[in-house]
Design a binder for this molecule. Structure first.
Ligand code: NDP
Ligand code: 8X3
Length: 250
C-alpha cells in the first residue's frame, strides 16, 4: 500500500483527492488547519485505509517541521506528496491591492509549498523514490487582469515544478504539476472573503470542473507505471478556453 501526504485536504481539490485515494487503497496523511474537518475525514476514511491527520499552517516553518517530524513510523515512507494547499486572496488591480493579501498568497502558495517539500524530500532522496504533484493553475500559465499576485504565485509554482523535476531527477523522483482552470470549490469564497454571492457568480452560466474531476486526474497521474512521468498537465472545463475566455452562453 502506497502512502500519500495531501496538503489542503480539508476542502475542495485536496479533500476530493483524499477521498479518491482512500477508495483506491492509499495510506493517507491529510493536512490542513481546520481540525474538525480533519477529524470528520479521518472518521470517514479510516474504515477503508490507515489515516493520520496533521494540523498545521503551511506558512509557519517551525509548525510544518514539527508536524512532519511527528508522523508515526507506519506512515513515514511517503510515496506521494500532493502540494495542494493554496488560495487566492482578493482580485484587485495592483494599485488597490491589499498587502496582507499579497503576503498571504506568497506565504501560502509559494513558501508553504517549499516548507512542506523541504521536510518530505529528504526521505524520498534517501529511498531513491517518490512522486511529487504540485497543484498549479491556469493562472500559472497566463496572467489575467487583477490576478497579478495570485498569478505570480502560480507562475512560481510552475517554475518550482520544473526546478524540482530537474534537481530530483538524479534520485529517480518523479515531479509533475496539475494545473486546473475553474473548479467549483471554496476557492472563490476564500478569494472574495466570504462573499458567497460573488463567489457563486464566478461559476454561474457554465459547467465548471468539480474537485472530483481533478482528483480523478491526480490519481491517474500517480498510478502510471514508474517509467511514465506526467510532467505538466493543464485541465480546463470545456466552457473555458483560456484564463479569461469563458463561454457562459452554451
Ligand atoms: P479550497 O479553498 O476549497 O481549499 C484550499 C485548501 O488549502 C483547504 O484545504 C485549506 O485548508 C488549505 N489551506 C489554505 N491556506 C492554508 C494554510 N495557510 N495552511 C494550511 N492549509 C491551507 O480551494 P481549492 O481546492 O480550489 O484549492 C486547492 C488548490 O488548487 C490551490 O492551490 C489553488 O490555488 C488550486 N487551484 C484552484 C482552482 C479553482 O478554480 N478552484 C483552479 C486552479 C488551481 P485549511 O483552511 O483547513 O487550512
Ligand atoms: C484558480 C483559477 O482562473 O481563478 O487558480 O486563477 S483562476
Amino acid at each position: 500500500m502506497k502512502t500519500a501526504l495531501i496538503t489542503g485536504a480539508t476542502s475542495g481539490i485536496g479533500r476530493a483527492t483524499a477521498r479518491y485515494f482512500a477508495n483506491n487503497n492509499f495510506r493517507l496523511i491529510i493536512c490542513g488547519r481546520r481540525e474538525d474537518r480533519l477529524t470528520e475525514l479521518q472518521d470517514e476514511f479510516s474504515h477503508l485505509v490507515p489515516v493520520h491527520t496533521l494540523l498545521f499552517d503551511v506558512r509557519k516553518k517551525k509548525e510544518v517541521a514539527k508536524a512532519i517530524a511527528s508522523i508515526p513510523p507506519d506512515f513515514l515512507n511517503i510515496d506521494v506528496l500532493i502540494n495542494n494547499a493554496g488560495n487566492a486572496h482578493g482580485l484587485d488591480s495592483i494599485e488597490n491591492g491589499d498587502v496582507d493579501d499579497w503576503d498571504a498568497m506568497i506565504d501560502i502558495n509559494i513558501k508553504g509549498l517549499l516548507y512542506v517539500s523541504k521536510e518530505i524530500i529528504p526521505g524520498m532522496v534517501e529511498r531513491r523514490s517518490g512522486h511529487i504533484i504540485n497543484i498549479g493553475s491556469i493562472a500559472g500559465k497566463e496572467v489575467y487582469a487583477n490576478g497579478n499576485v495570485y498569478c505570480a504565485t502560480k507562475h512560481a509554482v510552475d517554475a518550482l515544478n520544473h526546478g524540482m523535476r530537474m534537481d530530483l531527477n538524479q534520485y529517480g523522483i518523479r515531479v509533475g504539476a496539475v494545473n486546473p482552470g475553474m473548479v467549483a470549490t471554496e476557492f472563490s469564497e476564500v478569494r472574495f472573503k466570504g462573499d458567497t454571492e460573488r463567489a457563486a457568480n464566478v461559476y454561474k452560466g457554465l459547467d465548471p470542473l468539480q474537485a472530483e474531476d481533478i482528483a480523478d486526474i491526480i490519481h491517474f497521474v500517480v498510478t502510471r507505471p514508474y517509467h511514465v512521468n506526467i510532467a505538466d498537465l493543464t485541465v480546463l472545463p470545456t466552457a473555458q478556453a483560456s484564463a479569461t475566455i469563458v463561454n457562459k452562453n452554451h
